[in-house]
Design a binder for this molecule. Structure first.
Ligand code: ADP
Length: 328
């Protein structure tokens, strides 16, 4: 592989940041060097590609970042890249810098941009899934998801300490606009009484019935984990409605927000990011592009970018059943 015709590969992080992105950049850079390719880092995602914010890396440029959250290359949302003209500018930078391949670490928006860049200009692109939401088809886990789960569980554990000291209902909103992966998994792990996710029709009457049952079961307080994409009208509205209909409870709302994106990446995310960074470079060196690298059943797999973007990861119905059973 080291005699590949590719001489320079670019790497960027784009869209929402996620813990573990640094580990993915590091692996990409070092895999390039291992294979005799010159790695070029692009700052601020596609914005940096348009504005020529490029820097040639060496193995030491990515020292001491594997343990850091966020992305040291910074990420950005770039409206200009959504236009053909913007992508033409980005390609002009790539061409001038002799980039023959591009590793895009990000979510499905970033992959859509990468797909257009390749289709319109022929620049070989490979996607690496980095987002805490785990909502990308073609991989069992995205980089950042495991760290976010651990952060959320730790926060809910703390809230439980205070919840059990009073007759309180705690509504905890977690990230996941389109997918309930974070809510379902953290709800189970933190012993939530109820879990509300976008994939499920959660009407308030059902929730009330469950709450009344838990009252009969002797529970004096409850933790309800709500995915931000749940259709019940938002966590504050939900709390107000329940308080009105269940006046014996005092309802409290916690929106965990951006703490879920931060923090040191977990061991799992660092390993995942390292595997996928290496896989992305080796995919390009093998002459493949227009794909996302992911992990399914412990194996590295590739999925066409258009499939990764258009298909959805389904929530595990067995896990939903488990959640139901363990809250009796
Ligand atoms: P994520 O990659 O986390 O889903 P975004 O949806 O914000 O995050 O996308 C990140 C960037 O990718 C955008 O700022 C834009 O530059 C680019 N992008 C997103 N959607 C498209 C699109 N449909 N066409 C071209 N570029 C896009």
């Amino acid at each position: 592989m080291s005699d590949s015709r590719l001489k320079r590969i670019g790497v960027l992080t784009s869209g929402g940041d996620a813990p573990g992105m640094n580990a993915a950049i590091r692996a990409t850079v070092r895999a390039c060097i291992y294979h005799g390719v010159e790695p070029v880092a692009i700052r601020q995602g596609y914005k940096g590609l348009i504005e020529n914010a490029l820097e040639v890396m060496n193995a030491r440029s990515v020292a001491n970042i594997i343990n850091k959250g966020g992305t040291f290359l910074k990420s950005a949302r770039c409206e200009e890249f959504r236009t053909k003209e913007g992508r033409a500018k980005a390609f002009a930078t790539a061409k001038a810098a002799n980039l023959e391949g591009l590793v895009v670490i990000g979510g499905d928006g970033s992959f859509t941009g990468a797909m257009y860049l390749e289709q319109e200009h022929g620049l070989a692109c490979v996607g690496v899934p980095g987002t805490i939401d785990n909502d990308i088809y073609g991989t069992d886990c995205t980089i950042g998801y495991d760290t976010a789960l651990n952060t959320v569980v730790e926060a809910i554990d703390k809230i439980r300490d205070t919840a059990t000291s009073h007759n309180r209902l705690f509504f905890i909103e977690v990230m996941g606009r389109d997918a309930g992966f974070i809510a379902l998994n953290t709800g189970i792990a933190a012993g939530a009484e109820e879990i509300l996710i976008p994939e499920q029709e959660n009407n308030i009457d059902n929730l009330m019935t469950e709450l009344q049952n838990s009252g009969r079961a002797g529970k004096s307080s409850s933790i309800i984990v709500v995915s931000e994409g749940d259709a019940s009208g938002g966590v504050f509205e939900l709390a107000r409605t329940v308080e009105k209909r269940c006046p014996q409870y005092e309802a409290k709302v916690t929106v965990l927000g951006h703490i879920q994106r931060g923090g040191k990446p977990s061991c799992f995310d660092r390993v995942l990011a390292s595997r996928l960074g290496v896989a992305a470079v080796e995919t390009l060196l093998g002459g493949e592009s227009g794909v996302m690298v992911g992990v399914r059943d412990q194996q590295v797999v590739k999925t066409d970018l258009d499939r990764a973007i258009s298909k959805q990861n389904m929530i595990d119905s067995h896990l939903m059943r488990v959640a139901k059973i363990i809250t009796v």
